[in-house]
Design a protein around this ligand. Structure first.
Ligand SMILES: Nc1ncnc2c1ncn2[C@@H]1O[C@H](COP(=O)(O)OP(=O)(O)OP(=O)(O)O)[C@@H](O)[C@H]1O
Ligand SMILES: [Mg+2]
Length: 248
């Protein structure tokens, strides 16, 4: 579904990613670990096409098409979606209206579907509020997810979906992530794939990840079993990743 070759990215004259090689297959869920400031959000933002992330070298291939030069809305239409770590407040646009717009684009899902999604994330009392305006940290996470449900992307990226989410809501968040990634189907039957950033890996107690990458200083270091990598990081720290020879 996604292939990244030799990707080097600049933000404000600063190199935030270098020589990144990555692939995500259909049906796969991939986790991304790395210390603060290592380039995790930059990588997701570059895949999404967020303005400001300038590709110096390399390319991003989505479903066989080179999307490196495409605008963010074109990528969204092709089926890429992202739940942001720090999404903006959208003044003047109600959450419910955004849901309707997204669903209309997909061929006119009914009002019932819009309400069903909102109920699924317990956001009934937020539907008539401006998007993310005054929402708490955990509410923003659910707001991002409900918008993804409306978009129903094929490649879904989650930037720290578990941070700031309480113990009860994490079940809800995980349920929706599993739904977005079609986890109820066998891997071979899925048409979706996902990329999840998590620091402590809490979300991975509820959402099964097939593989994980470690990123440091804008370089992808290794790829492997998510549980093994988390255990190694807990014991040896991220520095241990530099000397580790684990490769995939
Ligand atoms: N617009 C910008 N201007 C200057 N520096 C930036 C900009 N955007 C990102 N950076 C820098 O790029 C580096 C990578 O940032 P990024 O947001 O990708 O980190 P991250 O791995 O997601 O960290 P965190 O775990 O804290 O969310 C950081 O040092 C950050 O300060
Ligand atoms: Mg980040």
């Amino acid at each position: 579904m996604l292939e990244i070759h030799d990707l080097t990215v600049m933000v404000q004259n600063r190199r935030v990613l270098q020589n990144v090689e990555m692939h995500v297959s259909n049906g796969e869920t991939v986790a991304l670990f790395g210390p603060n400031g290592s380039g995790k959000t930059s990588l997701l933002s570059t895949i999404m096409g967020v303005p400001g992330y300038r590709v110096e070298r390399g390319n991003i291939i989505f479903k066989g098409e080179d999307i490196t030069g495409l605008a963010i809305d074109e990528r969204a239409r092709l089926g890429i979606g992202m739940a942001f770590q720090r999404p903006p407040v959208v003044r003047g646009v109600k959450l419910m209206d955004m849901m309707r717009i997204c669903m209309d684009r997909r061929g006119g899902a009914g009002e019932i579907d819009v309400r069903r999604c909102i109920e699924k994330l317990n956001l009934g009392e937020f539907q008539d509020r401006d998007i993310n305006l005054g929402f708490s940290g955990g509410e923003i996470k659910r707001s991002e997810l409900v918008q993804l449900l409306a978009q129903d992307p094929d490649f879904v990226m989650f930037d720290e979906p578990d941070s700031g989410v309480d113990l009860v809501s994490i079940h809800l968040v995980a349920k929706v992530i599993n739904e977005l990634l079609e986890k109820e189907k066998s891997a071979g039957r899925r048409t979706k794939a996902g990329l999840i950033i998590s620091h402590a890996g809490h979300i991975l107690d509820y959402v099964n990840a097939d593989r994980a990458y470690v990123i440091m200083g804008g370089n992808l270091y290794c790829s492997g079993n998510p549980r093994d990598l988390l255990e190694d990081i807990k014991v040896k720290g991220y520095e241990g990743c530099i000397s580790c020879q684990r490769q995939n």
